[in-house]
Ligand binder design. Structure first.
Ligand SMILES: Nc1nc2c(ncn2[C@@H]2O[C@H](COP(=O)(O)OP(=O)(O)OP(=O)(O)O)[C@@H](O)[C@H]2O)c(=O)[nH]1
Length: 877
């Protein structure tokens, strides 16, 4: 079972001092930190072995628990197709694939935690061999048998042991290029612009040969360096890191000459070369050490002393990997401060400049790089930002209020700026700051519609809640309208303000005041509408009360017409109207109505009160009502006496005078209904103006002020007078009749005569038991019939029976008399009739016969008539 993760965990749980320093070092990669974090936090599952390897590879070998195995993995990678890249080919073209290769090599996210080393030296001096041994790279090594130049142009390969990019530069002695030093100069420029450590590879026996190829190379390097980092006369631009380490690796060091001597000789040679340079005036005093540090290493003969060679190579490797060593070569002062993800673009730019421009302007290159990379990073950041924002943008556009939108927006901005800062802050500071400001603006601009949308949605939702709140408040018993509106408004405003402030993003000039003003206006309109509705309801309620108070007294007054009736009506009207207005004003106080609104509402109330009065008056002065009132008045005077007792007209009463008086008095009241005419004109009310603007839906009818006090026209009065007279006359006739009928009654003396004449019969009945019993039975039957209410039906049945008997008797009698007459008629007709009698030639006989027949017929008809009369008389009896 592999216990490496547990060991690593234990180590990381209580890290040694070196590891702590490493984690605190800004050059330690994010990847390494991430892997350490994963190991130290409790894992959901075992971390993959690759993560462990990556983490270990990202740490310097000194802290690698199993460094050799990691290197082996990387070496394998380097030997594969992706392991190296020719960044500049034989025709001096720069590769287009450097960035993608850097990605494959896992270098892009290293930030500044990477190093660049390049090697210079004569051709076929074992440079590629040295690099391969030192860094585990896979540069081509010369075939011993052919002795041909192998490295053409510039190659790059990552180190297997650290985040180091290694460049193998074509040999500089120009044996195969002739004396053309063009490429040598360009490659030196290129290397110095991007390299921290320049390895100068030379044989031990070349040292001291001042005129050798290496010396020419170094002179070129120094000259180029002055052009690059000398700054020229222009000191306005910031200088890049200007120091470079030159590491002399003395090959085939046999040890005969002490190292100290060799380094001394080389240093002297460098100083000589430096002194021999033609420097610009402002750099006349510049020393070699201002621009270069010199370092030395020696390696034994690879063929003759292979083991020693290997051992020394391993030792030399530590100077490239072990940060704790004093002679560690990648000191921060040498780093060219190009972030790893910009190396591809930067090197390409440098090479293009090298090809076209002899005076390479590094600050401009770094600015260009910064601009390019900052734009790229910002674009990536914005893309991720928009993806996050898209999820929330939809509901906002659909009209929803997204809770916590402000925090979300802040998070997106923080995340975006965090990413941008992490990647872009490594570039040119000025450009980074500028691009950051641009990014912030772009982020704010892209969020601005969401801010405005959320404000609108807040406005809408709060307006809805406000209306509901008002409705609920107005349903409370005894509510105070002004207080309800104020509470709801305060609540709505506070909600809006807290929502609007929540989505305010720092650094923006986003303004919610405009929307707040719109909200205020909207709330005011809703409250006004509500107030108008409530005012209408209130006016309607007052109107109902006013009508109740007004109409009954008016009806009573007009049903008993008197000359003072209009005074009563108008004073009631005035009292009720003013009471209604007072109660409106008392209630309207809490509605905060404006004086204009009060005026309109009061106008409406007055108009409606007047209309109600007018309608009632119209109703009371309709034909039927006026006639009924007159009739009642007339009857009251004619049919009842002064004490209210109904009159029974007697012959001695003066019916005509009484009738005349009652009729005249009643007719005198009719003109009262014609116009509203109080005893004093001052009692006439001021006519209200018809309501034009208040609740026209409720009662749009208006009235004509010119006929406001007229009720009945003269023609109508005449009609009513005529109709009334007719009715009064009928009443007179009826009274007269009743008087006659009372005159035709049985005289009193008849009752006396009846008592005297019928005394004996009455006594006979009373003292005869049979008659008396029959009388009692008859009385008892009558009583029962009356008690059961059968008198009517019995009477009806009796009548029916009587009429039926009468009819039958009449028919029988008629038949009987008809038969009797028929028999005598028949007897007359049986007499012989002369033949001539049927002849019509004798006018005498004709006429005689005719008169006889006529006599017979007239006799029969007469007899029948007499029979009928007798029959009828019998039946009547
Ligand atoms: N004497 C000696 N020969 C070496 C040493 N290292 C490598 N060689 C040999 O030198 C020859 C050239 O090696 P390379 O590594 O190709 O040299 P190079 O400088 O990269 O050659 P180019 O790329 O063509 O310029 C090879 O045949 C190696 O075996 C060394 O330390 N001493």
């Amino acid at each position: 079972m592999n216990q490496t993760p547990d060991i690593a965990k234990g180590l990381l749980a209580n890290p040694p001092q070196e590891l702590r320093e490493l984690l605190g070092n800004p050059r330690t990669t994010d990847e390494a930190r991430q892997a350490v974090a994963e190991l130290t936090s409790p894992p959901a599952s075992q971390p993959p072995a690759s993560t462990m390897l990556e983490a270990a590879a990202a740490l310097p070998p000194a802290s690698q628990p199993n460094g050799s195995s990691v290197a082996a993995v990387k070496e394998l990678t380097n030997r594969s197709g992706d392991g190296r890249l020719q960044i500049v080919n034989e025709t001096q073209e720069f590769t287009t694939e450097l960035s993608s290769y850097l990605g494959k090599w896992g270098m892009l996210d290293k930030g500044f935690a990477y190093d660049v080393v390049s090697v210079f030296g004569s051709q076929s001096t074992g440079k590629s061999t040295l690099l391969n041994r030192l860094f585990g790279t896979s540069f081509d090594v010369m075939d011993e048998t052919k002795r041909q130049q192998t490295t053409k142009g510039i190659w790059m390969c990552p180190s297997a042991y650290s985040s180091t990019l290694v460049m193998d530069v074509e040999g500089t002695d120009g044996r195969e290029r002739g004396e053309d030093q063009d490429f040598e100069r360009k490659s030196a420029l290129f290397s110095l612009a991007s390299t921290e450590v320049l390895i100068v590879n030379l044989w031990e026996h070349q040292i001291g040969l001042y005129q050798g190829a290496n010396m020419g190379l170094l002179k070129t390097v120094f000259e180029v360096n002055l052009g690059l980092f000398g700054g020229g006369a222009d000191n306005t631009k910031p200088k890049p890191q200007e120091k470079t380490l030159i590491l002399f690796v003395i090959r085939d060091h046999v040890g005969a000459t002490p190292m100290q001597n060799l380094t001394g000789t080389l240093t002297q040679d460098m100083e000589k070369i430096w002194a021999s340079l033609s420097k610009p005036p402002h750099l006349a005093d510049a020393t070699l050490s201002s621009y270069f540090d010199l370092s030395f290493a020696a390696l034994p003969h690879k063929i003759l002393m292979p083991e020693k060679f290997e051992a020394e190579v391993l030792e030399l490797r530590k100077r490239f990997t072990d940060r704790s060593r004093a002679d560690y070569v990648f000191q921060p002062g040498y780093h060219k401060r190009i972030p790893a993800d910009g190396v591809g673009f930067y090197m390409e730019g440098i090479w293009q400049q090298v090809l076209t421009n002899k005076d390479l302007d590094l600050p401009t290159q770094q600015e260009l790089l910064a601009q390019f990379r900052c734009d790229e990073i910002a674009a990536g950041v914005i893309e991720a930002f928009l993806v996050s924002a898209k999820v929330v943008r939809r509901p906002v556009e659909a009209g929803s209020v997204v809770e916590g939108l402000g925090s979300l927006m802040q998070d997106w901005i923080s995340t975006a700026l965090g990413k941008f800062d992490r990647d872009a802050s490594r570039y040119h500071s000025g450009v980074y700051q500028r691009k950051r400001a641009d990014l912030v603006t772009a982020l704010h601009v892209s969020l601005s519609p969401m801010f405005l949308g959320q404000l609108k949605n807040l406005h809408k939702s709060i307006s809805g809640d406000f209306a509901k709140e008002l409705q609920a408040g107005l349903k409370e018993p005894g509510y105070d309208f002004a207080a309800v509106v104020k509470n709801a408004t305060d609540k709505a405003r506070n909600k809006f303000l807290s929502g609007a402030k929540e989505i305010q993003v720092g650094g923006t000039d986003w303004d919610y005041e405009t929307e707040l003003a719109l909200l205020d206006e909207g709330l005011r309109q809703i409250a006004d509408k509500c107030r108008a509705d409530e005012t209408k309801k209130m006016v309607n309620a007052i109107e109902r009360t006013v009508k109740r108070q007004l109409l009954e007294p008016v009806e009573i007054a007009l049903s008993k017409p008197t000359p003072g009736m209009w005074d009563t009506v108008l004073s009631t009207y005035a009292k009720v109207s003013s009471h209604g207005e007072e109660s409106y004003l008392a209630k309207a106080k809490s509605y905060n109505c404006t004086p204009e609104e009060n005026e309109v509402a009061l106008g409406a109330l007055r108009a409606r009160t007047w209309l109600a009065l007018r309608r009632k008056l119209a109703e009371q002065t309709s034909d039927a009502t006026v006639l009924a009132t007159l009739r009642d008045t007339f009857e009251e005077r004619f049919r009842y006496d002064e004490t209210g007792v109904p009159r029974v007209w007697k012959p001695e009463d003066d019916l005509e005078s009484a009738f005349k008086k009652a009729k005249e008095e009643t007719l005198a009241l009719l003109p009262l209904f014609a116009t509203i005419s109080p005893s004093e004109d001052s009692l006439l009310p001021d006519l209200p103006s018809p309501e034009p603007s208040f609740d026209t839906d409720a009662d749009p009818t208006s009235f004509d002020p010119s006929t406001a006090f007229t009720l009945l026209p003269a023609t109508k009065l005449l009609q009513l007078e005529t109709r009334f007279k007719r009715e009064a006359d009928a009443a007179y006739v009826e009274a007269k009749r009743s008087m006659v009928s009372s005159v035709a009654q049985v005289p009193l003396w008849m009752y006396g005569a009846l008592a005297v004449l019928g005394w004996n019969e009455a006594m006979a009945v009373l003292f005869n038991p049979l008659y008396f019993a029959l009388l009692l039975i008859a009385a008892a039957s009558s009583y029962i019939i009356l008690q059961l209410g059968l008198a009517g039906p019995i009477l009806q049945v009796s009548k029916t029976v009587f009429y039926e008997v009468k009819r039958l008797a009449t028919e029988k009698l008629r038949e009987a008399f008809a038969e009797d007459s028929g028999a005598s008629g028949a007897r007359t007709l049986t007499r012989p009739v002369p033949a001539s009698s049927s002849s019509s030639s004798s006018p005498g006989s004709g006429s005689g016969s005719g008169s006889r027949l006529g006599g017979i017929d007239g006799h029969g008809e007469e007899a029948r008539r007499q029979g009928d009369l007798v029959g009828e008389k019998v039946v009547e009896k």
